[in-house]
Design a protein. Structure first.
Length: 212
């Protein structure tokens, strides 16, 4: 058994490269659009505090959707090793920042990912990067959960994969659909985690999540 917290070695940005580069053409077009958005919302785009906002938002949105430019399968393949280890590998409490595709508002939380190797393992930080690559897109939590599971399953071909995501959706909280800060939990399993109650329960016990 191997349990790693967040897989990023305690350094929040250490597990992946933060992309602070923007496509100038895209930035220019987005900036124009966000200027219109401000106007349509009744704001004065010329006032001091908002002068650079459209460009700032244009860059922020490119950062928040940078996952489109990453192939998660390649992330795993870049650090895949042959290994006889056949116990559960669990990376828990991976910080998750994504945006719901229905409202383009953030949902934030934690991902817990486990797999049981069958001949191949990957670098632990790569698991966190796979989560990152899928999260930095417009998403729904259900699809995000399944995409992470399938990517690891199809690439490492392990005996099983388990993914649990717990997240708070600002589109629910801020719009008053749900007043209290309720957390949505999604899960997806393959192989041994599906077949064996004991394996699945061990995983759920280890991550301490409440599954409904
Ligand atoms: Zn939403």
């Amino acid at each position: 058994m191997k349990i790693i917290n967040n897989g990023l070695g305690g350094n929040k940005t250490g597990g992946y490269d933060r992309i602070d580069q923007w496509d100038d053409t895209v930035t220019g077009k987005l900036t124009d659009h966000y200027s219109s958005v401000l106007e349509l919302l009744g704001e004065d785009g010329e006032r001091e505090g908002l002068k650079d906002t459209p460009e700032r938002v244009a860059k922020a949105m490119q950062f928040l959707t940078q996952g489109y430019g990453t192939d998660p399968t390649e992330v795993i393949k870049s650090a895949m090793f042959q290994e006889d280890y056949q116990e559960m590998v669990l990376v828990k409490d991976i910080e998750l920042y994504s945006m719901c595709e229905h409202h383009m508002l953030p949902f934030i939380g934690k991902a817990h990912v486990a797999y049981i190797p069958d001949g191949h393992i990957t670098g632990l930080s790569k698991i966190a990067r796979v989560v990152e690559a899928y999260a930095r897109r417009l998403q729904v939590q259900e699809r995000l959960t399944v995409q992470i599971r399938d990517c690891i399953h199809d690439t490492l071909k392990p005996m099983g994969v388990a993914v649990v995501i717990e997240a708070l959706h600002l589109c629910m909280v801020m719009r008053g659909v749900q007043k209290q800060a309720s957390v949505t939990t999604t899960s997806a399993f393959t192989g041994a985690f599906l077949r064996s109650d004991k394996t699945r329960e061990e995983f759920i016990h280890l991550i301490g999540a409440k599954l409904h």
